[in-house]
Design a protein around this ligand. Structure first.
Ligand code: FAD
Length: 469
C-alpha cells in the first residue's frame, strides 16, 4: 500500500525526515505537490520562484525512479482523491509553523485520520521546533540573545542522506502540467530577468553552501554588512522552499567553527534569527498581522497609498541607499539585509508609513519571501516588534551608505541617473518597470521627497507626542 508524500516547502531529497521515514517502510511512494489557495495567494515573485522550485524538484525525483504528481484544489479533497486512486493508506509531510499553514494542516490531519488514514507530520523546516526552545521559566523567547545562547551549542543530529531511489507505485495517478499553472503570471515585468537571478534546486543550493563556506565565510563578519559585496550565503531563497535544510547549513557552520573560522559563529547566529522568527510566529501569531506591542496601535502611521509610498516602491525617493535597495528588489527578487533595514526604516520613520504596507510590497517582490522572517524584520525596524530597534534610533541612509558602501559599488550597480556610463544592472531596472510608471534612465535623479532632516524631525515629534509608550 503506497504512502503519499505531500511536499510543500521541503523540496529536497537529502536530510528529509519525512521522506526518510517513508523510504524506511519499503512501501511505494507517491510524491505530490498541491496548488491550493495558499499557494495561489503568494505574491508575484515568490509564486514565480515556487514554480521554478517545483519544476526542478520534479526533475530531481524523475532522476531517482519517481515523479512529482501535481494537483490543484483543496488539499484534503485532493488527498482523498489520490488515496482512492492509489490505494494509499498513509500520508506524510513536513511540518510548517505559520498560523495559516498550521490551521490547514491540522484540519487535513484530522480529516484524514477520521477516514482511517495514517496521517503523520515530521520535523525538517527548522533546526529547533518552537516547542523545544523555552526560557528558564517555561515561556518563549521574546529577546534574541538569550535564545541564541541557549541553542548555540545544541546537537542537532546528523543530516540524513538522500535516498538513491524511490519505490514507484504500480500506477501513477494523473498529474497536471506545471506550465498550465502559470506560476510566473503575476510577474508582469521581465519574469525572465527575475528568474535569471534565482538559484534553483537542491544541487545548486548545496553548491552555494559549499562555495560560501570555502570562499566567503572567513570574511563574513565584515562583508555581510556590505551591500556592494556578495559576502553572504544567498541561501534564504533555498531555505524558503526547503531546497536545503537548516540542519545542513548549521552543520556546515559547526564544522567551520570547529576548524577555527571565527566568523562561522556569526553565520550560525543568523540561522537562529530565522528560528527566532518562527518561534515568535508560533507563540504569538499576531506578529504577522498587527503591532506586536499593542501600544503602537495609537501611533499615527500613514496607511494610505500616498505619492511618497509610490515613490518608495519605485525607487524614486531621491535617497540613494533607499532607491538602490528598492530597484534591487524589483529586478532580482532579493535585497541585501542592510538595505532591507534602511529601506524599511525610511518608510516607517522618515515617511511614517505603516510597516504593513512595506511588508506587503516585500511579500510581492521577494523570491526568499518568508511570512515569519518578513514580519519580524518589519516589526523589528518599525519598533513595534519584540526585541526591536527603538523607534527613536533612526538610521541615516546617507551615512549608512558611506559606511557600508564606501567604494560606491552598490549605488553604481542600481542607480543610473546622471551617471556617464550607467551599469547594465541599473539600466535593466528601466527595462522592467511598467510603461505607465513613466520612468526613463534619462530623467534627472529626483530631489528627496522628504529630506532626511525633515523626516527625522517629524518622526521623532510624532513618537514623543503619541499617547502610549
Ligand atoms: P546570510 O547572511 O547568508 O544568512 C544565512 C541565513 O540566515 C539566511 O539565508 C536566512 O535564512 C537567515 N537570516 C539571516 N538574517 C536573518 C534575519 N534578519 N531574520 C531571519 N533570518 C535571517 N529573510 C527571509 O528569508 N525572508 C524574508 O521575507 C525576509 N524579510 C525581511 C524583511 C526585513 C524588513 C528585514 C530587515 C529582513 C528580512 N529578512 C528576510 C531577513 C534577511 O534580510 C534575509 O534573510 C537575508 O538578507 C538573506 O540573505 P542571505 O541568505 O545571504 O543571508
Amino acid at each position: 500500500r503506497p504512502i503519499i508524500m505531500w511536499f510543500r516547502r521541503d523540496l529536497r531529497l537529502a536530510d528529509h525526515v519525512a521522506l526518510t521515514a517513508a523510504v524506511a517502510t519499503g512501501r511505494p511512494i507517491v510524491p505530490v505537490f498541491i496548488r491550493d489557495a495558499q499557494c495561489d495567494s503568494l505574491g508575484a515573485a515568490p509564486r514565480l520562484r515556487m514554480g521554478l522550485a517545483i519544476g526542478e524538484f520534479k526533475r530531481a525525483l524523475r532522476g531517482i525512479n519517481s515523479d512529482l504528481v501535481l494537483r490543484s484544489g483543496d488539499p484534503l479533497a485532493v488527498l482523498r482523491d489520490l488515496i482512492a486512486q492509489t490505494g494509499a493508506t498513509s500520508v506524510y509531510w513536513s511540518r510548517l509553523y505559520d498560523p495559516a499553514q498550521k490551521s490547514r494542516d491540522t484540519a487535513v490531519k484530522s480529516g484524514l485520520r477520521a477516514a482511517g488514514i495514517d496521517a503523520q507530520s515530521f520535523a525538517g523546516h527548522l533546526l529547533f521546533e518552537p516547542w523545544t526552545v523555552a526560557t528558564k521559566t517555561g515561556g518563549f523567547y521574546k529577546v534574541f540573545t538569550p535564545m541564541w545562547k541557549s541553542v548555540r551549542d545544541r546537537d542537532v543530529g546528523a543530516a540524513l542522506p538522500a535516498p538513491a531511489t524511490l519505490r514507484a507505485p504500480d500506477v501513477w495517478p494523473r498529474s497536471e502540467d506545471l506550465q498550465s499553472w502559470n506560476m510566473g503570471a503575476a510577474v508582469r515585468r521581465g519574469a525572465r530577468t527575475l528568474a535569471s537571478y534565482c538559484v534553483v534546486g537542491e544541487k545548486a543550493a548545496q553548491t552555494r553552501l559549499e562555495t560560501f563556506i570555502a570562499e566567503k565565510l572567513a570574511q563574513y563578519t565584515v562583508q555581510r554588512d556590505q551591500p556592494g559585496v556578495a559576502g553572504t550565503s544567498g541561501l534564504s531563497e533555498n531555505l524558503t522552499y526547503g531546497e536545503i535544510s537548516p540542519r545542513q547549513c548549521w552543520q556546515a557552520g559547526m564544522r567551520a567553527r570547529q576548524s577555527g573560522i571565527a566568523a562561522a559563529e556569526d553565520f550560525m547566529r543568523e540561522l537562529v534569527w530565522r528560528e527566532f522568527a518562527y518561534q515568535l510566529a508560533h507563540h504569538s501569531p499576531h506578529i504577522l498581522t498587527r503591532n506586536w506591542k499593542p501600544e503602537w496601535d495609537n501611533f499615527p502611521w500613514n496607511t494610505d497609498e500616498t505619492a511618497a509610498v509610490t515613490a518608495w516602491k519605485q525607487g524614486r525617493t531621491g535617497i540613494a541607499f533607499v532607491d538602490a535597495a528598492m530597484r534591487e528588489i524589483y529586478v532580482t527578487g532579493v535585497m541585501h539585509n542592510r538595505a532591507r533595514m534602511i529601506a524599511a526604516s525610511y518608510l516607517t520613520k522618515h515617511l511614517m508609513t505603516h510597516w504593513k504596507i512595506g511588508m506587503a510590497w516585500f511579500a510581492d517582490c521577494l523570491i526568499d519571501w518568508d511570512p515569519c522572517s518578513n514580519a519580524m524584520g518589519w516589526q523589528w525596524v518599525a519598533g513595534s516588534g519584540p526585541d526591536a530597534a527603538p523607534y527613536f534610533r533612526i538610521f541615516n541612509p546617507d551615512t549608512q551608505l558611506q559606511k557600508f558602501d564606501p567604494a560606491g559599488h552598490y549605488a553604481a550597480r542600481w542607480l543610473c541617473e546622471g551617471r556617464q556610463a550607467p551599469s547594465r544592472t541599473a539600466l535593466s531596472y528601466f527595462d522592467m518597470v511598467p510603461s505607465h510608471w513613466g520612468l526613463s534612465p534619462q530623467d534627472p535623479y529626483p530631489a528627496p521627497i522628504v529630506t532626511l532632516a525633515q523626516g527625522r524631525a517629524r518622526a521623532l515629534a510624532a513618537y514623543h507626542a503619541r499617547e502610549v509608550g
